[in-house]
Design a protein around this ligand. Sequence first.
Ligand code: OGA
Ligand code: NI
Length: 363
Amino acid sequence: MAPVPISNINIGHIDDVQELRRTKPKTVPQRFVRDMTERPTFQTSLSLPNTNMPVIDFSKLSKGSKEELLNELYKLSTACEEWGFFQVINHEIDLNLMENIEEMSKEFFMLPLEEKQKYPMAPGTVQGYGQAFVFSEDQKLDWCNMFALGIEPHYVRNPNLWPKKPERLSETIELYSRNIRKLCQNLLKYIALGLNLEEDVFEKMFGEVVQAIRMNYYPTCSRPDLVLGLSPHSDGSALTVLQQAKGSPVGLQILKDNTWVPIEPIPNALVINIGDTIEVLTNRKYKSVEHRAVAHEEKDRLSIVTFYAPNYEIELGPMQEFVDEKHPCKYRRYNHGEYSKHYVTNKLQGKRTLDFAKMEIIK
Ligand code: OGA
Ligand code: NI
């Protein structure tokens, strides 16, 4: 999420989705109506949530017996390899803190538009309030309002965008982010162990990590069958941590075996997914799985998403442990800052962004 303002792009007028909802509750403007092929089909929105999505008990990793640790590491590595997604329970993040950030984020979204617009997301940037990843006037829009901030290192912060209302939101974001950072560090340690690597390999490689937070608020929609809450994409991070607010309907879907599978939230759990960085480093042993969000007719939905990524200075490519005759090298080496810039200056389009790093031969 490098801050890279782009001038000279014409993205046209972007309706604020909450305002649309408030003033014209039955209307879905054309710019939100997806082409037939992109719409969440009847079948996918009705199919049963897949209850087999792996659940990792973090306490078994952090303080389990040797046997529990080994079992859970095995579950974790299978989850990463077969799903690219898992939910963590007993993650040691204070539940009050999770509740606080949820409530304050909701309060933020409920503020009058002019208050939220004090923190505008400039066209082509990804921090502030608005819609990210919009680059042209004819691009379809997501049924979502976003508020995003760069967190670490401090030089990615834009202090003007840190909200003054609700009063304690900014300090709560700070505290929450520190806790989530610790969880990411630990998860990467266990992911490394599950791959038979030194536990601190990613920490050493990543340098001073880049961390960002994004709150996605999905208002109710009179025609959820026509729109998408968030376009299909993979995450440009190493790991992503997603908290779904209490009472949120099912909204996140992941593309598994060519089918959109809805993810049923487990109360108090966090959803973790593998991002593009880990896909590249493991030479696609672990994949950053494509996902999207859908809107709901009766219930609004809030998610709080943390992106955890290497420093922009870092050069990345598949690690030698994952390249051999049977597994030819699938990605070139590249600078992660350049990848981040590429990611945030292109619209979300499934896994297309990662073509940036592909070896010519397999594009
Ligand atoms: C994201 C994301 C899904 C959701 O912000 O990258 O995938 O359910 N969000 O909000
Ligand atoms: Ni995502």
